[in-house]
Ligand binder design. Structure first.
Ligand SMILES: NC(=O)c1ccc[n+]([C@@H]2O[C@H](COP(=O)([O-])OP(=O)(O)OC[C@H]3O[C@@H](n4cnc5c(N)ncnc54)[C@H](O)[C@@H]3O)[C@@H](O)[C@H]2O)c1
Length: 321
């Protein structure tokens, strides 16, 4: 089998996860190039993972013409790379949030129309979340009523990086982190969000929100209470799923990644997982798509759907964009 040649644009934090994931799949892909405007960052990653280092992502795509590229830059800078990839038939795995705005997301999706585009909503590859989807679809939890989620931690880069520059990031924690929560809600409910009401607050001396709460309702009437914060040091990462016949909890910090309790159960049933992490599984799925085995689990339409909710959420919170 011919190995897929992969490149990565942006050599920062999340690029490390993409590169490690591709390296895990060395039998089916080869890292050929890494680009970053900070050339030293690209060189350092290339020394660790192989491939050539570039200071410009478009030049890299022109020179190497890889089969696939991960775009891991901050949101503001992605579109030219997507367009360059689209012009050369290069498959794209684009980091989240899909873009700063719905309009920018449309530009990305339109540029890639008819070509392979996957958005890196990595939780779709978190084994306990997939098990929870199976549990819901099995009917054991009854009808889905509510989904609660909280992703919270103290974010060291708030106030001293592009993450809190609205022009580069598109907003604060709502678009950066709660965007995952929206995608998770859609994946679990198997439905679209028809109503979204957000409240935001800013505790730090920054220009964007550092805590966000979103109330959501799906077309079928499932309610979501989604909460994220960058300013609460006791970290939490969980999703609680409440159905008419039981409850399930995805706890990212617990030994049992998923536990559930049905109406007549005395105790919780725990499920443990030893699968590779979600980034490794995400890369594996992307490579499957490149090899023509399947369609992306999280494609352009998913990116657009999530960004429609983000726009509605900012609008409901009175944020002008
Ligand atoms: N899926 C996840 O769970 C997850 C986790 C962390 C970050 N992310 C997302 O990944 C993206 C990047 O986050 P990060 O933590 O890696 O940020 P980072 O600041 O650590 O890295 C970004 C890198 O992009 C480079 N860069 C900026 N402009 C560029 C350009 N025009 N061309 C080439 N390189 C450029 C920077 O020099 C930097 O090295 C963000 O959108 C973030 O939300 C996703």
């Amino acid at each position: 089998m011919t190995k897929t040649q992969v490149a990565v644009i942006g050599a920062g934090g999340i690029a490390g996860a993409h590169l490690r994931a591709y390296a895990t799949h060395a039998e089916r892909c080869q890292i050929v190039g890494i680009a970053d405007i900070d050339e030293a960052a690209a060189v350092s990653r290339a020394e660790e993972f192989g491939g050539s280092a570039f200071s410009d992502g478009v030049t890299m795509l022109e020179q190497l013409e890889p089969g696939a590229v991960s775009i891991c830059t901050p949101p503001k800078f992605r579109l030219p790379f997507v367009e360059a990839a689209a012009a050369r038939g290069i498959a794209v795995l684009c980091e989240k949030p899909p873009a700063r705005t719905l309009a920018e997301t449309e530009a990305i999706v339109n540029a890639m129309r008819g070509q392979l585009l996957q958005f890196a909503f990595c939780h779709r590859f978190h084994a306990p979340l997939l098990a929870a989807i199976n549990l819901i679809r099995s009917g054991k939890l009854g009808m889905l009523a509510q989904i609660e989620n909280r992703f919270a931690f103290r974010f060291a880069r708030a106030g001293n990086s592009w993450f809190t520059d609205a022009d580069i990031a598109g907003g604060g924690i709502l678009i950066d982190t709660l965007v995952h929560s929206i995608d998770i809600f859609r994946a679990l409910s198997g439905d679209e969000i028809e109503a979204a009401q957000a409240v935001l607050s800013t505790t730090l001396p920054i220009e964007v929100e550092d805590s966000a709460s979103l109330l959501a309702r799906s077309n079928a009437g499932v309610l979501g209470t989604l909460n994220c914060s960058w300013v609460t040091p006791v970290g939490e990462a969980f999703v609680r799923i409440h159905g008419t016949e039981g409850q399930a909890v995805i706890d990212y910090n617990a030994a049992a990644g998923l536990r559930y309790k049905l109406a007549d159960d005395a105790d919780w049933t725990e499920e443990h997982f030893d699968e590779p992490d979600r980034f490794v599984r995400q890369a594996s799925h992307f490579l499957d798509c490149v090899e023509g085995k399947c369609e992306p689990r999280v494609g352009g339409e998913d990116g657009l759907a999530v960004m429609r909710v983000i726009e509605a959420a900012y609008e409901s919170a009175g944020v002008r964009r």
